[in-house]
Design a protein around this ligand. Sequence first.
Ligand code: ATP
Ligand code: MG
Length: 389
Amino acid sequence: MKEIILIKNGEIVLKGLNRNTFEDILIKNMKRALSDIGEFTFTKSQSTITVENVDGNADLDDAVDALTKVFGIAALSRAAVAEKDMDDIKRVTLEYLSEALKDAKTFKVEAKRSDKSFPYKTPDIQRELGGFILSHFNHLKVDVHNPEITVTVEVREVYAFVRGNNIKGAGGMPVSTNGRAAVLISGGIDSPVAAYMMAKRGIELVAIHFASPPYTTELAEEKVMQLLKKVAKYSGPITTYVVGFTEIQEQIRDKCPEDYFTIIMRRYMMKISEILAKHQHCSALITGESVGQVASQTIYALGCTDAAVNMPVFRPCIGMDKVEIVALSRKIDTFETSIQPYEDCCTVFTPKHPKTRAKLPEVEEAESALDEGPLIQRAVENARRTVIK
Ligand code: ATP
Ligand code: MG
């Protein structure tokens, strides 16, 4: 019995981006997600894309698992291929869905007929197959409103497909239908979630991480790479920069008033990120900030951080509570990695009384002691680039 995967597209709302472009990008992303699993073909028809393993050797459990992380897919389902013949449809239904039907109490049959020459009309298929299923599974009852399992038969051009319940897709829009943005990634809980959320909206990710050895360790950096690997299951490959931040942090410590350490450091992160982001043709920055979470995330501090750059800054976690962010981080499997206790450079030289009501002119005055140009230039020049898959 041949089995395939049917993909139901998600939202296609962007004006100017036509359905074809959207689907082509989605197919490219699916191909990439399946590249380690086997060779697959992709066939578009109406609002579904049919995914078929070329040699029949690939593990479809793995394929489905990978595809549930591809954005732009509303729902997917596995289906068995039958001849366009009522007896074969019955045979395949029995072989393919017996286990699921045994476990269910209620079911219904839904038929779709795109080949109008098929001798059975839609209600006839439903009646015929429904009766057949009832005759084989005495315990089952038909429930047309809220069935535990919906057996769907699609009679298409060449074959008929038989399938059970749908699997929920990742939703969102295909990555790279909405441009590129650079995420400032720490080892914390929030920034990987922020990265995931923006990738879900079709944004291709570049990542920037600041490390301050010897204050931060190689293990902390490794942790960030592990987090990015998990995000990359959704977003596709992530071009990643690691920026040495030690010199800048030491200079801030030595030359600036202590209360302003954190906010000045945040502004330097933004300025350096803006330059790297532009190198990578990114149109925005992404951070994991949430209003009021810490002193550097008061509405005033965020204003001072924004003022450091001339680029939109996306903060998808801005209105979320920590519990909501944690729930998402568990969902995308970054939580356990995020809570490993390695120091982030943000926790180096933290002031005892950070400014919570920072005003921009005061911040600019406080950072004026730094020789900004060369500091930033050195950090940018020495940034190390890798691609995380
Ligand atoms: P997170 O859980 O993402 O670390 P947080 O609540 O701990 O967030 P901060 O540590 O103040 O908040 O950092 C705020 C944001 O600044 C982070 O979400 C991230 O986008 C960015 N950031 C913090 N530290 C780094 C770093 N070392 N490298 C790159 N970006 C960072
Ligand atoms: Mg942090």
